[in-house]
Design a protein around this ligand. Sequence first.
Ligand code: SF4
Ligand code: SF4
Length: 345
Amino acid sequence: MKYVPLGKTGLKVSEVALGGIPIQRRAKKDAVRLVRDVISMGVNFIDTAWAYTDSEEKIGEAISAFPREELVIASKSPAPDKKTFLEHLETSLERLKTSYIDIYHHHFINDKEKLDAVLGQEGAWQGLLEAKEKGLVRHSAFSSHNLDAALLCLETEKFEVMQIPLNFVDDQALKEVIPKALSMKLGIIAMKPLGGGLLDDAELCFKFMKSIEGIIPDPGIQQAEEMREIIGIIERSPVLTGEDRKRIETIKLKMGDSWCHRCEYCQPCPEDIPISRMLILETIPKRFPREQALELMMPAVEKAEGCTECGVCMERCPYELKIPDLLKELVRKAKEFQKTGVWPE
Ligand code: SF4
Ligand code: SF4
């Protein structure tokens, strides 16, 4: 495993990090084993969040078997205000069983309002400064699904690390956000390198990621073996060939009219439909047993049934997705899955 500098933080991290979302759904002992196995493969960088239910707790248990200083731990708080941010941080530290967190993100900065709140007089940023002074946090960071919001964050010149989605379909950050972040020497964590489970060609996904200088992908995995495969791909230092680029274009074209980039420009929906969550619905039955999948899916599906086809979301979607039609189709498929246990193709 190669270890590379994470921007200007002074930290050296493995070329790939472990994302902490999927371990939420594993039994504690399996999750702890997975994290330990991945660390034993040489991954020293683990990313989680206060909001990922028991992810921090499982990671805390797993990392207690390793010297803390050999690991780089990132977590996040979605709090806009100082008081809640510091409460979240205290909980994160307890759950992670650690006296400090290397990188603590302001989570979900997806619009200017949230950024303004974080940077306001009693905002979360003040909490971060206090935490840094006390040695509880080493580096500042933000995470965002929205590139305009990410640019605004960069313009503040306050952050040392940013986390944004990046894969060969969600590649718009390569135009402006990533070059700007690189020029400012930020550490860049790329979430969703496998499209949040929608892209199943790991070889192509990680060839693409490897072709971009200065980013650390943090895939969420269900099994330690998946990380072994990813490390194998990265260590072969594959070059993205012309043929690969053609395949990427074909996949992008195929997915183009239904691929949700989760930028959230379409919100708010007057019927409170979680549009982006619906549009990635099919990743759930791929990853979870039927009962668990239904539990996760059905609240969103029930909301989506209330779509009035007002079209407000379509006017806002920069990718011109035909959202009401896509929702209708997904509701149909979810109902069939509920009956048969098989997700219809
Ligand atoms: S539906 Fe369109 S606007 Fe809404 S999150 Fe997806 S890509 Fe963004
Ligand atoms: S068309 Fe449906 S999903 Fe879109 S804003 Fe209207 S009610 Fe919401």
